[in-house]
Structure formats: C-alpha cells, structure tokens
Design a protein around this ligand. Structure first.
Ligand code: TPP
Length: 686
C-alpha cells in the first residue's frame, strides 16, 4: 500500500466513523449509506467538486446533492472536513435542537447544503432543475471568449430515490433535454429500509437510464477509487447527455456483523458493533469523532484550492464585465435575487370591462407584461399551455440547441435552445414542482409552474419542501373550481384550496378579477422567502368597477372591505374569494336594497390577511359582527376561521359533477340567492 492509498483510506474511514459516532451519540440516524458510499463521495469531493467552503454562495460552484437525505451524516462529515461552517461540535449535536445538523439536510439551515433532501426522489429531481438552470444561464450570459457560467450538478442517489416516480419523471426530462452537466452516482447497495431490493426493485436501472437518453456506466466495486475516478472522468467528458454511474456498494461497509443488511440502514450500529467495525477497519476505538491530523490537512486543502478557483473566476468575471457590462450587471442582480428597479412598470391595468375576463386570461396578459422586465421569470406548464395560458410568448423554447424539428407544434416562438425561457415539462407535475425548486435554489430565477388546480395534488411534496426551504417559486393553478364545468368531478377541485392553505409559508392567492390578478402576481414576485400559489378561474368573471369598489391594490393586505351599504352599520358581513367575490357582491346589493346593513369583504389570500396587524383585521372583520357568511366554491372546512361558529358557509360539501358551470353553481347552491337566504337566516337567528 502506498502512503497515498493509506491516506485515502484513512480519509474515507474518517467520513465513515464521523457518521457512525454521530449517529451512535444521537442514538438515531442512518449509518449504512455513509459507510457504503463514503469512497465515491470522497473521490467526487476530493478530485472533482469545484467549490469554495469559505463561500458556499459562490455562484459558479458545482452543486452537490445527497438525494438520499437520510444519509445526512455523509454530507455533514464532508462539510466539516472540507472547512464549511459546520463545526465538530455541530456533528456532535447531530439531530439535536438548534443544531445545523438536522436529521435530514435543510438548505436554509446549513451552509453548503444546496437543497432539502429526505423525501426520496426530490433531491435528484431538484438536481435536474439545477442543471437546467446552469444550461440556461450559460446560454444567456456566456460569450464565445468569456465563460462565466460553467459548473456541474453532482448527485448521490439511492435505491429509494430511483424507485420514486418523481425521479423517473425528472430523469426522463433531463434525458430529453440533454443536460450534460448532470452527473448522478447511484449507490447501488441493493438494500432499502425494510429489506433487500430483491423484494421490490429488480429492473435493470442502467438500461432504463439508457432508454431515457443518459450515458450509463457501472463500477463493480464501490471501494475501487481508481474505477470511480475513471467513471467520473468519463462522465464529465460526456457533455451531450446526463450521466449515471451505477456504483456497486455494500451498505454499512466495515461493520462485520451487520454490513450488507437492512439493519444498518436506519438504526445506530450499537456500541458493540461500532467497536467491532472500528477494529475491523483498523480505526482507533477512542476517541469518538477522531480525525487524524493528516486527514484533516488533506481535506482542508479544499479551502485554499476553492479560494484560488473562486479568485480565477472573479478575474474572468471582471474581464467579462468590462466588455459586457449590461449582461454582467444583470447576472449579478439575478443571482442576488433582487428585482430590477421598475420591474413592474409594464404591468397592465384593467379598466371596467363590460365583458367578463377569466383570471387565467388576465394572468396571461400580466405574464407577457412581466417577461421583458423580469428576465429571471422562467417556467412552463405540465402540457397545459393552451389551457393555463402560461407561456412567455416569443421568449423561446428551452430545448437542446438545434433547429426546431420540422412540424414540431407547441413552440412559443423565439429561440429554440437553452436560452429559451419556456420549459415544456410534459405531463410531469411532480417533477415540475421539484425541478422549479431546484432552479430557484440554484439562484438567478423566479421559476413558475402551471397546471390545473386539481393536479396540485400531484405536486404537493415539492411545494411543501419549497415552502420549508423558503424558496421563491410561483405556482399557477387554473380551472380552480366547479366553474370549470363539463370536465366533471375528476377535474373539479374541492379540497385543494384548503390543502394549499394548510401548508405553512405557502401564500395562496385567489384573485376576484383581472385587476386583483395583477396584484396577485405583484405579491408573488415580491415574496422572496417562500412560494406563492396563484389560483385562477377557467370561466370569465366580471372586472369590478373600482370607481365604485375599493381598489385592487388592497389585495396586498390579503383581505379588504370591497363595498358596504351606505349609512348603516353592518349587521352581516359577506366574505368572498375569487370567482365567488362577485356573487357575494351581488348578494350584498340585494340585502342592502332590502334595508340590511351589509359589508362585502374580498379575501383573496388568507395568509396575507393573517399577517396584518390585529387592528387592521378587526377593522375589516369587527368582532361584534358575528353574522358572517363566507362564499367559496370549495370545501367549507376551515372557513370557521373567519366566520366563527355563529357564521355560515356557502360552499361545497361533496364532489362536483359534470355539467355546465352555471348549472353546477345553481345545483350546489352557490348563488347570490343562496347567499342572501343564508345571510337573512343568520340575522333572524340573532
Ligand atoms: C418519499 C419517501 N418515502 C419513504 C421514505 C422513508 N425511507 C427513508 S430511506 C428509505 C429507503 C431506503 O433505501 P435506499 O434508498 O436504498 O437507502 P439505503 O438503504 O441505501 O440507505 C425509506 C423507505 C422517505 N424518506 N421518503
């Protein structure tokens, strides 16, 4: 054994036993994967990963994602060893309150963690978004003689990651898009949580990825550093398509009685097996968390190497900025997450219009108006552009650079290549959610998605993670109620609005009309610390006469007094959202004509309203007015939050049905007559 081999082995064993010791101390965690995958992670981090641990935000760093987030100690060990701001005492506080070493990696918590992982399949799918982001920025900003965007996205993925449907969706799209700087190491240990993959997962993964259009390699022994190096080398050389390197490993490698079994997957080894493993691999039994000096020095070279690489990049960027100052300025601004001053100058205003306008159509106009001033706005739909109206017309299709194949339909005009800003996600809602989160976390983008509100169920996991990670993504959901009509109950969202409102830090906005749609978009772009769901109608809704009603800018407060009867204190408050706002308004007018004191409140966003000071909320909804009727064409559950136990809710209590929208509203009793009757009933009861 050469000295270098010995040092490599000691480095790899350091990773293994930092994980083992931290998990043992916490008495909780997953040692198997860090022990089995330590060697491939070491080669990747030591020889390939371009990063500067002193500046985890350097924009041209390679991205590394540990998709099987349960193996978090593998990542935390690497972060500590290479000099990120993750101290040894953080490793010793693994999984404890207030530590940076949460059970599963959290990007908003720990320097060097790029995305949240743990829910399997998500990290790999986020990585597709990161690779897509890199390809777009490279196309947009690099110049033939000056390359300022040039980095890879590396992933370590587990069996569970590759079993999950979301990863299939995302990897299929990555293959179609030829994302050549995406490199995935598959930790092929053939063990998952509950047993051998022989029970569940026997397909030929390599062939599957070849069929997606990936470059596939196999490494027979996960401890063979030379073979791993050679495969990574070939993968980085192959830039026309993404790469999968399937590395055969042994879960829990080194633990003599437990390696290769699912018992090492998710439980501490136990003191006896820890001791046996250390003896087996020639590791000192004491102290725990042992890091040999030469190992520490070897890993810490990442600091000086990273500093030099970043300095090189800074020099390149300075030369670029001299020649291309506008592009350089825009690039820096985008990466900082700041909007361009005056970004909203082109936003349309919708005057009183005798015609109804569907809010999805109003949104289309808003998006076209934003497209030029907000170049970071990039996204698309899950094969629903002609229904969601979510294209950026003339801003190109994100595709492998080439001439659009003859006869290809669905293109939006403009460039066909990586500079295009319209991403065609295909019928892949789940991956769309995860890919856009990856784009946002890469930096430089305000990504958006679009589909029908009913299919928000298909993208709930990545939306939840985006909210947790404080990531700015805009989710467009159209066809937001039974108002979509004839497609019937399979397509009519009932419980979805409340489902979305239940997610912490996800702002849900359901605008009443075209004017509120403009304001909804404004709020979505201004929110920098989390996602926003914009919920739009399929059917036309009246554009409210804002000379008679309160201005739509009030949407920024989530809820506001839209109108009230003159000179009479309100006896009853009617609350509406989205397409039911004008129903509440019509009911209010009827009641007022009958001498009832009535107030109509537009409540397009619960989250924004609940963030207002109590004084404002009580001005809109005075506590003494307990006769309150909420009207929303969704499930009634939850509206008690605003109407209290003495109020009433006009909404849905069942699935919808297949019929024209008008018929459905009548049959389900969501009409102004219904609201008037309900309101009178409440007043009478008093
Ligand atoms: C979406 C999702 N489902 C279930 C789990 C629970 N879980 C954690 S790890 C795991 C499977 C582990 O198998 P593998 O991915 O091969 O990891 P390894 O055993 O190699 O550590 C499961 C089912 C999860 N984290 N995410």
């Amino acid at each position: 054994m050469t000295d270098q081999t010995t040092l490599d082995e000691r480095c790899i064993n350091t990773i293994r036993f930092l994980a083992v010791d931290a998990i043992q101390k916490a008495n909780s965690g997953h040692p198997g994967m860090p022990m089995g995958a330590a060697a491939m992670a070491y080669v990747l981090w030591q020889q390939y990963l371009k990063h500067n641990p002193a500046n985890p935000h350097w924009v041209d760093r390679d991205r590394f994602i540990l998709s099987g987030g349960h193996g978090s100690m593998l990542l935390y060990a690497l972060l500590h060893l290479t000099g990120y701001d993750v101290s040894l005492s953080e490793l010793q506080s693994f999984r404890q309150w207030g530590s940076k070493t949460a059970g599963h990696p959290e990007s908003h918590l720990t320097p060097g963690v790029e995305v949240i992982t743990g829910p399997l399949g998500q990290g790999l799918s986020n990585a597709v978004g990161m690779a897509l982001a890199e390809a777009h920025l490279a196309a947009r900003y690099n110049r033939p003689d000056h390359t300022i965007v040039d980095h890879c996205t590396y992933v370590i993925a587990s069996d569970g990651d590759l079993m999950e449907g979301v990863a299939s969706e995302a990897c299929s799209l990555a293959g179609h898009l030829g994302l050549g700087k995406l490199i995935v190491l598959f930790d092929d240990n053939r063990i998952s949580l509950a047993g051998s993959t022989a029970l569940t997962f026997t397909e030929d993964v390599g062939k599957r990825f070849e069929a997606y259009g990936w470059h596939v390699q196999h490494v027979a022994d996960g401890n063979d550093l030379t073979a791993i190096d050679a495969a990574l080398h070939a993968a980085t050389d192959e830039t026309s398509c993404p790469s999968l390197i399937s590395v055969r490993t042994i879960i829990g490698y080194g633990a003599p009685h437990k390696q290769g079994t699912f018992q090492t997957h998710g439980s501490p080894l136990g003191p006896e097996e820890v001791r046996a493993a250390k003896e087996n691999l020639g590791w000192p039994l004491e102290p725990a968390f042992f890091i040999p000096d030469d190992v520490s020095a070897h890993f810490r070279r990442a600091l000086s190497a990273g500093e030099a690489k970043e300095a090189d990049w800074e020099a390149t960027f300075s030369r670029y900025a001299e020649l291309y100052s506008d592009e350089a300025g825009e690039f820096i601004r985008r990466m900082s997450g700041e909007l361009h001053p005056g970004w909203d100058a082109a936003l349309p205003t919708f005057q009183l219009d005798p015609k109804s306008i569907a809010t999805r159509k109003a949104s289309e106009s808003v998006m076209q108006a934003l497209a030029t001033g907000v170049p970071e706005l990039m996204g698309g739909s899950a094969d629903l552009n002609p229904s969601t109206f979510s294209w950026l017309k003339g801003f190109g299709d994100f595709q492998i650079p080439q001439t659009a194949p003859e006869g290809v339909q669905g293109a939006v005009g403009g460039e066909w290549g990586y500079g295009g800003r319209n991403v065609h996600f295909g019928v892949r809602e789940h991956a769309m959610g995860a890919i856009t989160a990856g784009m946002a976390l890469h930096g430089g983008f305000i990504p958006y998605t679009a589909t029908f509100l009913i299919f928000s169920d298909y993208m709930r996991p990545p939306m939840r993670l985006a909210a947790l990670a404080k990531t700015r993504v805009v989710y467009i959901f159209t066809h937001d109620s039974i108002g979509l009509g004839e497609d019937g109950p399979t397509h009519q969202p009932i419980e979805q609005l409340m489902n979305l409102r239940a997610v912490p830090n996800l702002t849900v906005i359901r605008p009443a009309d075209a004017a509120e749609t403009v304001e909804a978009w404004r709020m979505a772009l201004l929110k920098t610390d989390g996602p926003t769901a914009l919920v739009f109608t399929r059917q036309g809704v009246p554009v409210l006469d804002r000379t008679e009603y309160a201005p739509a800018e009030n949407l920024k407060r989530g809820g506001y007094i839209l109108w009230e009867s003159a000179n009479v204190a309100p006896e009853v408050i009617l609350i509406g959202t989205g397409s039911e706002t004008h129903i509440a308004l019509e009911a209010g007018k009827q009641l007022a004509a009958q001498g009832v004191g009535v107030r109509v409140v537009a409540l397009p966003s619960w989250e924004l309203f609940d963030q207002q000071p109590a004084q404002y909320r009580e001005t809109v909804l005075p506590p003494n007015v307990t006769a309150r009727v909420a009207v929303e064409a969704g499930i009634t559950l939850g509206w008690e939050h605003y109407v209290g136990l003495e109020g009433a809710i006009v909404g849905m209590r069942s699935f919808g049905a297949s019929a024209p929208a008008q018929v459905l509203y009548e049959k389900f009793g969501i009409t102004f007559e219904g609201v008037v009757k309900t309101a009178k009933g409440l007043i009478k009861r008093k």
